[in-house]
Design a binder for this molecule. Structure first.
Ligand code: NI
Length: 258
């Protein structure tokens, strides 16, 4: 049994075949799904899916790309929902920055403010965080060490930066996705064995980051098997054990999952 701890099933690319997507995943042993709230525009769809399917949960937050649309009052309506399991995905993303120095400073400042507000909100509600980190390890580490509460969270889009392993002692987990199956993922493959076993969780980030051998196609939760197989290869533990271990880890972090 596997939990896909990060799949954007509220994305419009699943509008036409969501039942089949969930069915295919269940056939591959995926028992639960978490839709990370990234874009307030699709949050209503995430809630609709969580109310329709027992296996689907969601979180509430704003992705760094969308920082300018952050509005805690709007999100507040959804956060007390019985199936809202976390705050996020929030974080910092310095991959796509504007051109001028001045615009870069403004963008970074905005992303940090919005990230800090979500960290503090999670602490207040005693919910874990789903954190997106890209080209921003130093700043993310600083903000999480300074502000995060005891409920920790998961580092998604984990870009293999070893310095982030420090957060495992602050109840942070590491979301492993399709990148692990890529031929050019040397950095992640080197860091992977250093992640404590009890801090590993599985995520597809569907519809993005499709694992090998489906790269180029739309990603979906049924492909978690390919991520798990690669983890088995690198961990030297059996598939069944890896699946139950990561599932238990995911449930330990997201305590509202039933
Ligand atoms: Ni994502």
């Amino acid at each position: 049994m596997i939990i896909d701890s990060h799949c954007h099933l509220d994305d419009e690319r699943y509008n036409d075949d969501i039942d089949a997507v969930i069915e295919r995943a269940k056939e591959q042993g995926v028992e639960k799904f978490i839709i990370p709230g990234a874009d307030p525009k699709t949050l209503a769809r995430a809630v609709e899916l969580a109310e329709k399917y027992d296996e689907v949960y969601f979180s509430v937050g704003v992705h760094p790309y969308d920082a300018k649309n952050y509005d805690r009052n709007y999100l507040e309506k959804y956060v007390s929902h019985v199936k809202c399991v976390a705050i996020g995905e929030c974080g910092l993303d310095y991959f796509r920055l504007p051109e001028s120095e001045e615009a870069i400073e403004i963008e970074k400042k905005l992303q940090k403010e919005v990230f800090i507000d979500q960290i503090l909100w999670a602490k207040e509600l005693k919910l874990p965080l789903i954190v997106h980190i890209r080209e921003s390890s130093v700043d993310c580490l600083e903000l999480l060490e300074k502000h995060a509460g005891e409920d920790g969270g998961v580092l998604h889009c984990y870009n293999a930066d070893e310095s982030l392993l420090k957060l495992s002692s602050k109840n942070f987990y590491y979301g492993i996705g399709g990148v692990l199956t890529f031929k050019n993922a040397k950095k992640l493959i080197n860091v992977y064995p250093k992640i404590p076993n009890d801090k590993l969780i599985i995520e597809t980030d569907a519809p993005y980051l499709t694992p090998h051998p489906y790269r180029g196609k739309r990603n979906e939760p049924s492909y978690t098997k390919h991520i798990a197989s690669k983890m088995v290869e690198l961990s030297a533990i059996e598939q069944d054990r890896l699946e139950s271990m990561t599932t238990n880890n995911t449930k330990r972090l997201f305590t509202k999952i039933r």
